[in-house]
Design a protein around this ligand. Sequence first.
Ligand SMILES: *Cc1c(COP(=O)(O)O)cnc(C)c1O
Length: 348
Amino acid sequence: MPKTSEAIDLRSDTLTRPTPGMREAMSQAPVGDDVYGEDPSILALEARVAKLLGHEAGLYCPTGSMANLLGVWALVRPGEEVVCDVRAHIARAEMGAHAALHGLTMRTWESADGVADAAAIARVITPDAGPYLVSTAAVALENTHNFGGGTVQPLDLLADVSALCAAAGVGLHLDGARLWNAHVATGVSLADYGRLFDTVSVCFSKGLGAPVGSMLVSDGATIARARGQRKRLGGGWRQAGILAAAADYALDHHVARLADDHMAAQGFAAEVAALAGDAVDPAAVHTNIVVLNTGTQPARDVVAAAAREGVLLSVVGEQAARAVTHLDVSAAQCAEAGRIVGGLLARA
Ligand SMILES: *Cc1c(COP(=O)(O)O)cnc(C)c1O
């Protein structure tokens, strides 16, 4: 198997490494103790991102999972429930933290690509359920939707869910780990997305290429409470401004270029589809994530065979493999990877 450093690595957009310009910005960052609220680089990033997303305040967190935890916890008390879709990151990829650490329960609505459906959500939620049933305290959406295949949520559907939640007195959280990709793909402003939600998390460590870091935004009082809970989780960091500087650099230099990743994903999907038409519909690829249907072959076998040929993918289901384009792979490499993977899938 080729060494990871030589392979075309499409396992995730978290694999990006900081560029020389980003490292330079990090080395220059003014820092202080963030638990004391004295890191100027963090304070500036929190203010910048809150404003971008149309919210009052921000809390810089080590991971998106922590930002999601704190965002959902702001809306849901122990013994209440959050409602999300069956493929949501908060349900599948946060190791049960919402239940294990905060005592809330989850229910899900079924959706193949994770697209929000106000009617389906309305059928599931039970606000103020009384003394015998669990009350729904919040709904959580994801944009773009990771395991749904990088799907962009249409703004009007998000607005429908926001109106439903407001009318029902239920909170609304957005897992916006890749909201940047949705913004670049649609041209909808980050604030127009952000204002529909009570709490929003975003990641700098995915396509934006920062080594670490996520942000939770909300109103000032919510963020003040979340700051204490972040410390409770062990997330009270100190001179982390050196990391915030990487995120700030990414906001300046790596947002618009996400369009290149989207093009590269189209190129990858087109090459796969040319050889194995059932595996992917390029029209269903909205951003930088391509979910491949491996058909009669187990996804893990396809992923292992691709790795032997120098293309690294991930397994996201029995018959589902995922490729993610990013800053550290070129369009030509993605097209080459598409030809290799398409060849493997055509063998079924
Ligand atoms: C990556 C990701 C997160 C956060 O993951 P961390 O590894 O905890 O930073 C949250 N939601 C989605 C949809 C993601 O893809």
